[in-house]
Ligand binder design. Sequence first.
Ligand code: AMP
Length: 371
Amino acid sequence: MSFDDLGLIPELLSATKRSGYTEPTPIQRLAIPPALSGRDILACAQTGTGKTATFALPLLQHLDRRAGNKPRLRGLILTPTRELAAQIDASLATYGENLDLWHTVIFGGVSDKAQIAELRRGVDILVATPGRLLDLMGRGYVPLDDIELFVLDEADRMLDMGFLPDVRRITRELPRDRQTLFFSATMPPEIRRLAEGLLDDPAVLAVAPVSSTVDLVEQRVFFVEKARKRKLLADLLHDPDVKHTLVFSRTKHGANRIVRDLAKAGIDAVAIHGNKSQSARTRALEAFRSGQLSVLVATDIAARGIDVDGVTHVINFDLPNVPETYVHRIGRTARAGASGVAWSFCANEERPHLASIETLIDKRLSPRATG
Ligand code: AMP
């Protein structure tokens, strides 16, 4: 099936071509046609499956059909993190390039002045994280009475991050007569209940979980004493084939220490985690994305929603104690069908974590000599 068969208008088809997409991903094939026909969608799909285009294209098409002369807030996308929000807004700009729709993004951690100015000028589509949206709603800047299409992105992460009460406060204000596209990587009971309350006779769709899409990633484990991990990391990063690397640390403190140790070994790296300001995180991410910076050290929370193509290596400096986290981490490489490498450092005390990861992915990681 090609993009031409999905029922998209020419303005959006040409945008997918310009983005270099040759064919729709599985979730796009399954979800775009019913979404275009106006149905609610319950989609089980994670980052990396092409889910952003899955909701952005139908949203743009729906709003374009009924565009008036003046922007009016008719589309709302709610997403858990600032990074995801910024990326979705950038995707709307790309896919909507040929359409006359206004969109903007609001999130916390930065001044609200520019965000309020944009809202006052008028937008058709708003991308938002829950906290800042509630804040600006409470101050009267975000009228939700005309919302025709609502997207809830990464619902299970909203739950993980404690945002479900905020999400409920927001959805209570939405008009009943609307279309809703609901995305979640997993469907724990709380998320099912939330979906039941928000969706009307949805098309229920699921695509392969990351644990099978990560087959494209070459995975290896290094059995290494804790004290030797830093030296091993520096040695690996000195290899010129290791070009664009995301290093994971379980803690913020650990991430800072890794950056300091790498600096001593002559390797430039930057850490991103929750203690860094939003502007520092954005700067680091931009430098990494543009290739100026080749090593980014991240904690799991900070890495949520990082969408950078061309990550050649993911290195797990520590093994996560939740095995699904391993799958999320290594999903940062091998995106959209490219191949990638994931190396994990495993000290003796981390062997039990390794065992649960291997059970989850149903595969034993081959060991690599540490030299
Ligand atoms: P997402 O799951 O939305 O985070 O998308 C993951 C990555 O896949 C992004 O870098 C998209 O640009 C890319 N992508 C989305 N749809 C397609 C497609 N049909 N073909 C190739 N790449 C795609």
